[in-house]
Design a protein around this ligand. Structure first.
Ligand SMILES: Cc1cc2nc3c(=O)[nH]c(=O)nc-3n(C[C@H](O)[C@H](O)[C@H](O)COP(=O)(O)O)c2cc1C
Length: 204
């Protein structure tokens, strides 16, 4: 049962093209998350967020407000969560431009929160996921060690042979491990953020 102390995670759907595969892992992650009582998971589908390619006059690390209302709403929305999962399509051995842009657009609201990755593609999105780990560290996030990598065989199994991701139990094992690590880091960092906010409030 979720209450105000339950960890709030968001699932960022990180590719937006028509016919994207991303919906398959997004549904699979959301379905398993619904069975968990230690966090809630809301979907932030980048299709619903027509963010401009970063065009603000100051770095998000220093900006307190943005001139674009969608960017402002995105920043506020990111700030509502204690941690994130992203679906990771691999485009030319890196993350999608739309996902990188969504990260670049915000700074403070990502800080001190964990993130996990669900990659897919020829090598399970591993090259894009590795880039996103370093990107997220620059955003002062904590990328968790466990991730889901949906490789060529399960990807083709789903796309071409009528299989479901649930037909590959090792993927579910990785998903559970990633959830568990997100909860551990999510709770630890939430407590640390709250303690820091209290200290700052007392000092004022
Ligand atoms: C522009 C582009 C570049 C791609 N580059 C890679 C790649 O480097 N590695 C890979 O494994 N798959 C690559 N693919 C194949 C994608 O893994 C596959 O199309 C996947 O479905 C993309 O995710 P999406 O359907 O959610 O957009 C590429 C696809 C596109 C459209």
């Amino acid at each position: 049962m979720a209450d105000s102390t339950t960890l709030k995670l968001a699932l960022i759907v990180g590719s937006t093209r028509p016919n994207r595969f991303a919906d398959v892992p997004a549904r699979w992650v959301a379905g398993a998350a619904a069975e968990r009582s230690d966090f809630t998971l809301e979907i932030l589908d980048l299709r619903d967020w027509p963010l401009p390619f970063f065009d603000q006059p100051t770095s998000p690390a220093r900006a307190s407000g943005y001139s674009n209302p969608v960017v402002d709403r995105w920043r506020q929305r990111v700030g509502e969560f204690d941690g994130f999962i992203a679906t990771v399509a691999e485009y030319n051995h890196g993350p999608t431009a739309v996902l990188k842009n969504a990260f670049d657009t915000v700074y403070t609201e990502w800080n001190n929160k964990p993130i996990g990755f669900v990659g897919y593609g020829g090598v399970g999105g591993a090259r894009a996921v590795e880039q996103l780990r370093t990107i997220s560290i620059e955003l002062q996030m904590a990328p968790v060690m466990r991730a889901v990598h949906i490789g060529l065989e399960p990807s083709l199994g789903v796309m071409l042979h009528g299989k479901a991701l649930d037909d590959y139990p090792y993927l579910a094992e990785s998903r559970t491990a990633m959830f568990d690590q997100l909860v551990w880091w999510g709770n630890a960092l939430k407590a640390a953020r709250e303690a820091a906010a209290l200290t700052a409030a007392v000092a004022e």
